[in-house]
Write a new protein. Structure first.
Length: 232
């Protein structure tokens, strides 16, 4: 009951005075509250977005191409400049992935967490306006990898391994990212090297250079799930 009261009070403060929100000057997404840059290289800038219940991001502007992965689900509501109140709530489900291109038409909004659970999102911004000339792997011969995305800038897959299951080796042909949607125990096999155990946690990510052949085996007692992307 105490948690409910605190959440209700936070929401009342957040939504009770929309005039304050309307007076905000939008900031770039890299400067938005709860959007924390945690990794950058020549290809991407990665943001760890974590919005507690009852909090909002303030008005911020999206101007680039980006990919977003929902790690922890929540109920969200958006407000755009000129709106007196935020729009209807929507549910962001865990494991959802989306691609956005805001180069020609920028997006300005204020996102509110109107639920009772934190909203956790991993977002990577593409640093260049043009593809890098990479040709991602197809992975069609490894059905454990289910393709979830393929556009002008990125190709992505989902891998789910139950305890004891394995995924045959793949060789990424382009640089990219792996984002974990669960915690568990994996063994990674690279030809000519001893197997390497790892214990990824929810929301962890790994940058991957191309050319290294890897097979995976779930050596734990829980399901392991992640999304993996290769750039174009």
């Amino acid at each position: 009951m105490k948690r409910f009261i605190l959440t209700f009070v936070a929401l009342a403060v957040t939504f009770g005075n929309p005039a304050i929100a309307q007076d905000e000057t939008p900031v770039p997404v890299l400067k938005a509250p709860y959007h924390v840059p945690v990794f950058k290289n020549e290809y991407v800038t990665l943001l760890n977005v974590y919005i507690p219940p009852g909090r909002s991001t303030g008005y911020h502007i999206h101007t680039t191409q980006s990919v977003s992965v929902t790690v922890e689900p929540a109920d969200l509501s958006d407000q755009i400049p000129g709106q007196a109140q935020p729009g209807p709530a929507r549910h962001a489900a865990s494991g959802g992935a989306s691609y956005s291109d805001n180069r020609k038409q920028t997006r300005t909004h204020n996102a509110f967490n109107v639920g009772t659970t934190p909203y956790h999102l991993i977002m990577f911004l593409l640093n260049s306006d043009k593809p890098g000339g990479f040709t991602p792997s197809s992975r069609a011969d490894v059905p454990a990898y289910v393709q979830i995305m393929d556009n002008e800038r990125v190709r992505g897959w989902r891998l789910v391994l139950e305890p004891g299951q394995s995924a045959a080796a793949v060789t990424p042909q382009a640089p990219g990212l792996r984002v974990f949607l669960s915690e568990g125990d994996l063994a990674e096999s690279v030809p000519g090297q001893p197997d390497r155990g790892m214990h990824p946690k929810l929301g962890e990510f790994y940058w991957q250079d191309p050319g290294l052949t890897r097979a995976l085996h779930n050596i734990g007692t829980t399901r392991v799930e992640f999304l993996e992307f290769e750039l174009k």
